[in-house]
Design a protein around this ligand. Structure first.
Ligand SMILES: [Cu+2]
Length: 219
């Protein structure tokens, strides 16, 4: 859904750009000042049909952009609250703390320090093909939770109380195993660029093993 919204926006923007560039070039070539006459061409003012046209066309274009963005963001930001895996993401200057709860059982938190390579940052382990709920919070400044591979990013804003739906989002499309880079996408201070982490997506066997290990170390 994110990919097709992105593609659609680019196609619409390129089409708009092509029309605008065509009009500029056409006006520059066919309506340039000609040597033969020194007079100004007829000056048109208050042409109502033309003014209505160039008010209406941008309005229609903005409405189309708005419609598709609003329609998709409503679906993408919907939180059902019934995810079996819930992750509490706490952002701070300058790293992250991840606390995962699986079927009501909370695992040992994973916290990091500023690093220059995302492999060295805190690692969030998640199962593939499950619904995962994220709850984002920060006690200092605005950060932004971003895993580029998710095609999704959400600002982490201080002062938003627990239980506020604006802190939460769900992802159901984590289908591929692997280790994916994550970062902070909101300039948050001197070590902002080192606020790196990784997400490791694992299959069911490895996931069960991970839960068993983490539950043990939490006790
Ligand atoms: Cu940050």
């Amino acid at each position: 859904m994110v990919q097709s919204l992105w593609n659609g926006a680019w196609i619409a923007a390129l089409a708009t750009g092509a029309v605008v560039i065509f009009l500029i070039v056409w006006a520059a070539i066919f309506h340039r000042k000609r040597k033969s006459s020194a007079d100004l061409p007829p000056q048109v003012r208050y042409n109502l049909p033309i003014e209505m046209l160039y008010t209406l066309i941008p309005l229609v274009m903005v409405s189309v952009f708005f419609f598709f963005t609003a329609r998709d963001s409503q679906v993408l930001s919907k939180v059902d609250g019934d995810a079996t895996v819930k992750v509490k993401v706490e952002a701070f200057q300058w790293s992250w703390r991840f606390t995962t709860t699986v079927n009501g059982k909370t695992l040992a938190p994973v916290a990091g320090v500023p690093v220059s390579d995302y492999h060295q940052g805190p690692q969030l382990v998640l199962p593939t093909n499950s619904k995962v709920e994220f709850d984002l919070s920060t006690d200092d400044v605005i950060h932004s939770f971003w895993v580029p591979e998710f095609l999704f990013k959400r600002d982490v804003i201080p002062g938003i109380k627990e239980g506020n739906p604006g802190r939460k989002f769900e992802i159901t499309t984590l289908s591929r195993t692997g280790i994916f880079a994550g970062r902070c996408a909101e300039l948050c201070g001197v070590d902002h660029s080192r606020m790196l982490f990784s997400v490791k997506l694992v299959g069911p066997n490895e996931w069960n093993q991970y839960i068993a290990n983490q539950a043990g170390s939490a006790q």
